[in-house]
Design a protein around this ligand. Structure first.
Ligand SMILES: Cc1ncc(COP(=O)(O)O)c(C=O)c1O
Length: 449
């Protein structure tokens, strides 16, 4: 399964990468374009085109895409069905505010059919952050309560509401949290706070703590827990399987909503439409983004039927939300996932990745933990396996080495984050993992000599 692209991949033709044209374009561009991510600063390449899982830079070097932009092009670059769908509406009707269109009607009917449980109320936006903010407003409107609880190292976008529920030091210089925003520890199996006698993580202790915190740490007006199912920015941190079912029960007992921020984890990224489906939990509110339009900026808030009327009280519409091109991109992406059995393929690739990484923690001194759900991966590099001290220098070195060998990707600090498109054939996925392993081995040799 997966879609094979033509030609040798990866293929590095420049004497050094980034090549001369990349360097020139980057220097000219960054004279004016500011605020680059760390990844771009560490590897200032300029891209020209993308097809499927292949990215080509302006010097003609061809890379395996292990990032999908930034978890966005889940179905690969420029899938013909999606590009044609957008082009059709670019030539027919670009915007008509939130009036009904045929394409919007077809999209929301499709969403109602495929999403789990009674998630049957929708509004559309143009970025993940806007969807999150609308979701927060829905939680407040539906409950009449104002406090919100999120988890350490969560990420929910860069506007005030989202930042207030995220790891604030890295996203909001000089800001403080909005009143009523709370942060609690969430279970990270590699770095647990509470463990059982056998040393494994104790989910019940986290839930017990939340119950105490709700009682003593809030003013008793909590509208919702707002959490990423798997923390993407935080480093592909996958909670224990019993966490969300137990949290949902707590929420139900306390009359609190559960909002899942699935901007990063939805639309096939983890092998399901929603990551929460892995744990059979239907959240009350969900934000969906990134892969939803496979590169076209379109996002969604989905809510359970009984809360759908709350959309009326939050002034839900926006300038670009649900425009015809966006609906066409989202509907085409959804149909491609169905037609090409890509949820199953992502689940298959998970097994391939799991097998490749199975011995990394024993084979390499600097690899502390490996984790994967579908095509969402994380490898944590540490200086010492006992203290688990993050090894940032190793993360940077592995990143640059692998990029030079032809792997385009987006690690963050000491955590190697990977998010290949779910259309990737198995042999290319293995090639990508081989490049990463080779780069880890070389880095370990150089840094620990
Ligand atoms: C979980 C989560 N929520 C919200 C956002 C914000 O989305 P956007 O960058 O599209 O505004 C992101 C982006 O990375 C995300 O990962």
């Amino acid at each position: 399964m997966g879609r094979k692209e033509e030609g040798l991949i990866p293929e590095i033709v420049s004497a050094v990468v980034p090549g001369p044209k990349s360097v020139e374009y980057h220097n000219r561009c960054t004279k004016y374009f500011k605020g680059l991510s760390e990844q771009v600063k560490l590897f200032p390449v300029a891209f020209e085109s993308g097809k499927g899982y292949v990215l080509t830079d302006v010097d003609g070097n061809r890379y395996i895409d292990f990032s999908s932009g930034i978890y966005v092009t889940t179905l690969g670059h420029c899938h013909p069905k999606i590009s044609e769908a957008v082009a059709k509406y670019a030539g027919q009707l670009m915007n008509c505010h939130d009036f009904t269109t045929e394409i919007k009607m077809r999209l929301v009917e499709k969403l109602a059919a495929i999403l789990p449980g009674d998630l049957k109320g929708f509004q559309l936006y143009d970025c993940g952050t806007a969807a999150v903010e609308a979701g927060l407003r829905i939680c407040r409107a539906a409950t009449g309560k104002h406090e919100l609880v999120s988890g350490f190292y969560d990420f929910h976008g860069k506007t005030y509401g989202g930042v207030s529920l995220g790891h604030i030091r890295s996203t909001a210089y000089g800001a403080t949290r909005a009143p009523g925003s709370h942060m609690v520890p969430r279970p990270d199996p590699y770095r647990p706070i509470w463990t059982k006698a056998d040393g494994t993580i104790d989910t019940d202790k986290y839930i017990e703590f939340y119950e105490i915190y709700l009682d003593r740490g809030t003013v008793g007006s909590v509208a919702a827990f707002v959490l990423e199912p798997i923390q993407g920015w935080g480093g592909s941190i996958i909670p224990p399987d019993d966490f969300f079912p137990k949290l949902k029960s707590l929420c139900e007992r306390k009359n609190i909503l559960l909002m899942a921020d699935e901007v990063l984890t939805s639309w096939g990224r983890t092998g399901k439409w929603l990551c929460m489906e892995h744990w059979n939990v239907v959240p009350d509110v969900v934000s969906i983004g990134k892969g939803f339009g496979n590169g076209f900026p379109v996002t969604c808030v989905a809510v359970r039927e009984k809360y759908a009327k709350s959309f009326e009280s939050i002034s839900a519409s926006s300038s670009y939300g649900g425009n015809p091109m966006a609906c066409a991109a989202a509907l085409a992406s959804t149909e491609v996932i169905e037609e090409e059995n890509l949820l199953e393929h992502a689940q298959h690739l998970e097994k391939v990745f799991r097998k490749k990484m199975a011995d990394w923690t024993t084979k390499y001194q600097i690899v502390g933990d490996c984790r994967v759900k579908g095509c969402l991966l994380g490898v944590e590099l540490v200086k010492d396996k006992k203290t688990k001290e993050p090894f940032d220098a190793a993360g940077k070195m592995v990143y640059q080495k692998a990029f030079r060998k032809g792997l385009a990707w987006i690690p963050a600090g000491h955590i190697l984050r990977m998010s290949p498109p779910i259309i990737m054939p198995e042999e290319i996925a293995i090639k990508g993992m081989d490049i990463i392993e080779e780069s880890i081995a070389e880095t370990e040799k150089e840094l620990l000599k």
